[in-house]
Design a protein around this ligand. Sequence first.
Ligand code: NAD
Ligand code: UFG
Length: 339
Amino acid sequence: MATVLLAGGAGYIGSHTALELLNAGYEVVVADNYANSSPEAIRRVEKLTGKPVKLYEADIRDNAALRRIFAENRIDAVIHFAGLKAVGESVAKPLMYYRNNIDTTLSLLEEMAAAGVKNIIFSSSATVYGEANPVPYTETMPRGTCSNPYGWTKSMMEQIFEDAQKADPALSVILLRYFNPIGAHESGMIGEDPQGIPNNLMPYVTQVAVGRRECLTIFGKDYPTPDGTCLRDYIHVVDLAKGHVKAIDYILQHDGLEIFNLGTGTPYSVTDIVETFQRVNGVEVKHVYGERRAGDLPASYANADKALRLLGWKTEKTLDDMCRDSWNWQRQNPNGYRE
Ligand code: NAD
Ligand code: UFG
């Protein structure tokens, strides 16, 4: 069976993908510098699957470290999750974001070329659609103007992949544009473990529910949406991880460059999330309505037809599943991977 290198694979989406790849019979190698993660996540993946993962502590910008990994393993495909992802922090520290995110991509592409590795899947984001495209987003729409440096790094990296693939038609590239991943593995053993104050909605909700934070502020209730709060395409992280397995199956059989939205196609509001979370879990999430957050779009959701057509992938989990599994993880691990 083929071997897949997960760059940044100890993180939230990477750890869930490692688990699904192992369950599908792939060998998995993970390289991560733990900038936003813990090796404990991979230990738990090994426990859940009963299969080993070869784990390297390495910075993906470090060409020498990558060279060693490619020399020691027969890698058939790479999934590039490694990156910094906090939107607000990227506004305060743009150079750190450009340096980390773009350099990881350049080093990976350089060392893949040197080692003759021809398949790469990249974690992109719906944010590249920018502010002007109408929803639902389809992959044929042009990339737009991003509202923050994090978004720009994703847009620029997509361009880098397109140029690299054009220059080397033997290189196969898949750009996966994720919508809003939430939820956790149903065991509650792995999940999202943000450092510091969460930027994203669901970890904030679960930390309020578990008593780590006082109150959720819902950013804006005067948007042109049915209940006045923003609409997003929330996707269960296990569905998302299974999408990566389908993308690996596909890239090992096809050449060229493809872009896929990974979303459900169904938008939910912030109020929907809070109400569903309270209902399915029987816990209260104290919340208040506040000002809009700068840079938020009223609505972002996918047309997910292409992934179904070419990859044979569609989401299976419901919003109830997402809320239940997020809470199951948080309740069992009130402080994440820290004891
Ligand atoms: P995460 O922070 O949990 O995972 C990213 C991993 O990359 C972490 O384990 C981190 O330690 C590692 N990393 C960062 N810089 C590194 C470097 N220089 N060398 C080695 N490892 C490094 O985040 P995630 O939610 O799992 O996201 C994975 C990818 O998907 C990221 O590229 C992110 O931008 C992208 N993405 C995430 C979302 C989301 O909402 N979670 C949405 C769209 C795209
Ligand atoms: N929200 C709140 N209160 C909070 C946090 C979030 O009301 O404390 C709201 C936001 O205003 C937004 C929704 O919840 O309406 C979702 O916010 P998130 O921060 O969870 O997600 P975003 O849609 O803003 O951002 C996500 C990813 C980014 C990606 C972006 C583009 O986190 O990586 O989608 O699609 F760039």
